[in-house]
Design a binder for this molecule. Sequence first.
Ligand code: MN
Length: 250
Amino acid sequence: MIILISNDDGIQSEGIIALEEALRPVGEIFTVAPDRAQSSMSHALTLHRPLRVQEVAPRRLAVNGTPSDCVKLALTGLLPVRPHLVVSGINKGPNLGDDIIYSGTVSAAIEGALLTVPSVAVSLVTFSDFDFRAAAEFTAFLVSSIHETGGIPPETLLNVNVPPLPKSELKGWRLTRMGKRHYSENIIERVDPRGAKYYWIGGDDLGFDKEDGTDCMAVHEGYVSVTPLQVDLTNYRVLENSTLPNFVWP
Ligand code: MN
C-alpha cells in the first residue's frame, strides 16, 4: 500500500513524525507537507504566487503552501506513483464538531477525497503534553483495517479524534457524527505601539452539546471518535423534504 502523509502543523511537527513512524510498517510512505504551521487554513489554495518544493529527506517534501496545496500537488503530478490512501495529521489539537470547517488537517484529507483517494484525518485532543503514541497506533490499526476490508466509500473521508490518554485507558473507538462545540465569540481589541487598533479573534472553549453519538461526546467519554465525512455538502433533508417556498420564477 502506498500512503501519502500530510498535515497542517508543518513538516517538522512531532505529530507528522509520529504518524510516519507508525505507518512505515504498514505501507510505502511519501510525505508532502507545509514547510511551516498552517493550522486553520481550511481549504485555501495558493493561486497567485509560485509554490516551491524542497526535498528535506528522501520521500519527504516540504511545500511553501497550504495543506490543500500539498495534497493537490502530490496527487496531480509531484509523486511518481498514485497513493492508495491519504493520511493527514497527527494534529496538535482537536478537530471536533465545528472545528472541521476551519481545519487544515481535515482539508488535506478532503482534498484527497475530492481527488478520489480514500482519506483519513487524525487529531490528538489536547493543547499540551502531546503524547502521540496511542493516536499513532490507532491510525496504523485503522489504516490496515481499511486496506484489508476495502473500506472507505468514494468521496468520503474519516475524521479521527483521539483523547489524550494512554492506550490502556482508552475505552475503544466509536463511529460518530459531527457534534456542536461552543466558543466565546468576543474579539479582543488592543492598540499597537504606533497607536493603531488591532484585533485578535477570540475563541475560549466553552464546552459542547452533550449529545450521544457525536464526536465530542465519544472523546469526552474516553473513546476514539471516527466520523465519516463527505465532500458533497448538499443538505439532502431539505432537498427531499423542502420547507423552502415553492414559488414560480420568472
Ligand atoms: Mn494544526
